[in-house]
Unconditional design. Structure first.
Lengths: 182, 182
């Protein structure tokens, strides 16, 4: 971030009056440009003991498997975002139940929300950003070919919790100064 | 948003190739400037049947009561953000238990997360952005002087749920095309 999105003038990086953090501030119009974490929303779709995974057609991690998920847009709810991403990436209509994982990924300023879901009808296919959409049993999960740590963590929690039949919200903090999962 | 934060050139508003939404795109360097919802995190602090509210010292809604909450910063987890905001606004150390409300406020592109919490020690005070911090019983809640609809909704759910002793995560979608609370 180098220029002011309001007036086009150069930015400086300083602590504004009354603040306690460095911000990008316009040298001309003095607009403060705050930066905040972005939300990624998606679904852990379960169908007859199997999980729906998508092989990524795009970078990062092209060719690796992930849960259908992506950046939340303005003017939608978290659940609408999770359903939309599942529709776009796996061409299926997710029926959402509970929020299951809430992961704070500090190094890249992302908050990932994964909802448990089923499919309205068991039809799915690869969307534009997906090479292949496929259902996997626990034994079939390609652990070494998962795209992201958040995905493997969510799946591990899921298979553990499924044994108990209880799916409490899982908070996962990745690369915090004090890493915690619960 | 009028100018590119990367190169300072004017932006246009168009659907980029391979996308299906209008975005701000630089007319010179072609950088796409995505806009995403911001997260507000805070705490519903309970102490001996009472709730901690803060009277706002700043706009919007100066002089009205709210739960301690504010914009999540980069490089922190959702729980760290809720604890930090409670410290800043009510000068107390929150001990967080469950995520309690997850509110999507579509018209202003905010996602609000409120955690149930207690206080490490029952000491609290007004922070810089607070005129007064005070504990309220249910009967004392100043319903007509609450700052935001999200706050009154969270408190109503809380007092209902407290009767049952169960506090499931409450999804609240405000001003959606299909408004839902559950």
């Amino acid at each position: 971030m180098k220029f002011c999105s309001q007036c086009g003038s150069p930015l400086c990086f300083k602590v504004p009056a009354g603040d306690n953090r460095h911000r990008f501030v316009c040298t001309e119009c003095h607009e403060i440009h705050y930066q905040n974490p972005k939300i990624v929303a998606g679904c852990l779709v379960v169908h007859e003991e199997k999980i729906l995974l998508c092989k990524r057609a795009i970078e990062p991690r092209q060719g690796y498997w992930t849960l259908p998920a992506g950046f939340m847009e303005n003017s939608e709810s978290t659940r609408e975002a999770a359903i939309r991403e599942t529709r776009e990436e796996a061409c299926t209509e997710a029926i959402i139940s509970d929020l299951y994982t809430l992961t704070s990924i500090m190094p890249i300023d992302q908050i990932q929300m994964i909802y448990l879901a089923s499919m309205a009808t068991p039809n799915y296919a690869a969307g534009d950003e997906t090479l292949e959409a496929k259902l996997f049993t626990e034994a079939e999960i390609p652990w070494d070919e998962l795209a992201f740590e958040t995905i493997s963590t969510a799946l591990k929690f899921f298979f553990e919790d499924r044994k108990k039949g209880l799916f409490p919200l899982r908070h996962i903090d990745l690369n915090s100064k004090k890493p915690t999962t619960e």
